[in-house]
Design a protein around this ligand. Sequence first.
Ligand SMILES: [Zn+2]
Length: 251
Amino acid sequence: MKLRTTLMAFSMAALVSGCQSLNTDALLQSGSQAFKAVSLSDSDVKTLSDQSCAQMDSENTIAAANSAYGKRLGKIAAALGDNINGTKVNYKVYTTKDVNAWAMANGCIRVYSGLMDLMTDNEVEGVLGHEMGHVALGHSRKAMQVAYGASAARTAIGATGGVAAQLSQSQIADLGEKLVNSKFSQSQETDADNYSYDLLKKRGINTAGLASSFDKLDSLDAGRESSMFDSHPPSKERAENIRKKIEADKK
Ligand SMILES: [Zn+2]
């Protein structure tokens, strides 16, 4: 396992230019300590994702496979498949009123029962296809790098034995929390929507559910200060994007 360190040059430049009267050498020295960030290897990302997923599972109530939610998810999972570019998918339902779904780079996909209450199976397929897109397109890996940098990098600097081995239980919990709340860019969101559309088509799943899932999120957005998709492009635009694709496919 390789542990690489990079100096975040932009932070340093901002610091130095803002503090002309300070001793630059001393500042550079302390800065290089404070702003080292660890570049995670693929195996680091996998291990940290495994740990974060297990931690989230331990903090939530998982619906049994033979419960109504478990059975619905089983059907949805069979439709979507259990593989993202060679990464094996592991699906589970958390029993909670929250409307949410997410995926980690190791193929850990979780959907909340609140979202399943709101949506049809076909709509859940569209949403989970979107989450799979974040994994397939490398967004989840990047999100792990960001979350790791924000929550754990400082204590990991210079230690040996691999990045993941150095994290405490509370750091893993913090990492999981940050991952689940990752903000993706608008272009990442649109790319994940398009990935879902293509995946649904490829798997012979009705693509209409992807568009109507956005209609439901739109009505939810209106009544709430924030939602799972609050950083996404507006839900109306997302539905429109998918409906245009559906129309174009008919021609
Ligand atoms: Zn997304």
